[in-house]
Design a protein around this ligand. Structure first.
Ligand code: 15L
Length: 258
């Protein structure tokens, strides 16, 4: 089995390289920079997610695509448009052209970040982006829906929370997705039978979690980690934007030029 991972040089790409290997599985790592080390069950492709020919070639022979590639936070509109919105169209279109059956799309909580973080936040929370970045994730989910309905691709969109080694702040005690749980979630999205089109939250089993895990549970995700063990390190600091799903992303513009 071959899995194409776009954005493989990024943080989540690194987490997955350490956690997705299985006997008989090859990870095809695509990014704009070549990795220093390529493991025995890895292949490297140096290309941009915006290059349809290169992406179609990279998809050829793959059984699934994990599309992580793109800008991972707020950025000027033109950059978001090119790398995230066009790049995600290219990922779906390349998968279709190459006959790849399944795409796992790294969406984000910021696709719905301007909703109040009420308890509980359901799986079917409508989109409500908090940034241009969030708009790109809404667009990616919409493309996934289209490619499922029109071309029968299986598409699992993961509205990922705060995926980092440890929760960086008080909000992260609710929104953290541990590296190991990230591996478990992507593994479930890759291997669950016939998911159709789905959008699920990507979060660990955090004591302070308010986002539903029912949808992710349906595809077989069983989180093992809880951010609560970091509570003493993080402290009780909360920001006034912590009342939004997207936290600080729902606050003032990050940069006057954006
Ligand atoms: C995201 O989507 C970002 O990629 C990441 O950098 C974090 O900001 C995360 O969301 C979050 O909401 O904590």
């Amino acid at each position: 089995m071959h899995i194409l991972v776009t954005g493989a040089a990024g943080r989540i790409g690194g987490y997955l390289r350490a956690r997705l290997p299985r006997p008989g599985r090859t990870l095809r790592l695509l990014d704009v920079t070549a990795p220093d080390d390529v493991g025995e069950h890895e292949e490297a492709v140096t290309a941009s997610v915006t290059d349809l020919d290169a992406m179609t070639e990279a998809c050829t022979g793959a059984d699934a695509v994990v599309h992580l590639g793109g800008i991972s936070g707020e950025a000027p509109w033109d950059d978001v448009l090119t790398t995230n919105i066009h790049g995600t169209y290219v990922a779906f279109e390349a998968a279709r052209r190459a006959g790849v059956a399944r795409v796992v799309f790294a969406s984000s909580n910021h696709a719905a970040g301007f909703h109040p973080a009420l308890d509980p936040v359901p799986d079917d929370l409508p989109t409500r982006p908090d940034t241009y970045y969030g708009v790109s994730k809404v667009t990616g989910e919409a493309l996934g829906s289209l490619y499922h309905d029109r071309y029968s691709l299986d598409v699992v969109c993961l509205r990922i929370g705060t995926c980092s080694d440890t929760p960086p702040n008080a909000r992260g005690l609710a929104t953290w997705l541990s590296p190991d749980d990230c591996g478990r979630l992507v593994e479930a999205a890759l291997t669950c039978p016939s998911p159709g089109f789905r959008v699920v939250w990507g979060v660990s089993a955090n004591t302070r979690r308010v986002w539903s895990l029912a949808g992710a549970h349906e595809i077989g995700y069983r989180p093992q980690d809880d951010a609560e063990r970091f509570a003493a390190d993080v402290g009780d600091r909360t920001a006034d934007t912590d009342g939004y799903v997207g936290g600080e992303f729902a606050g003032a513009p990050f940069d006057a030029e954006i």
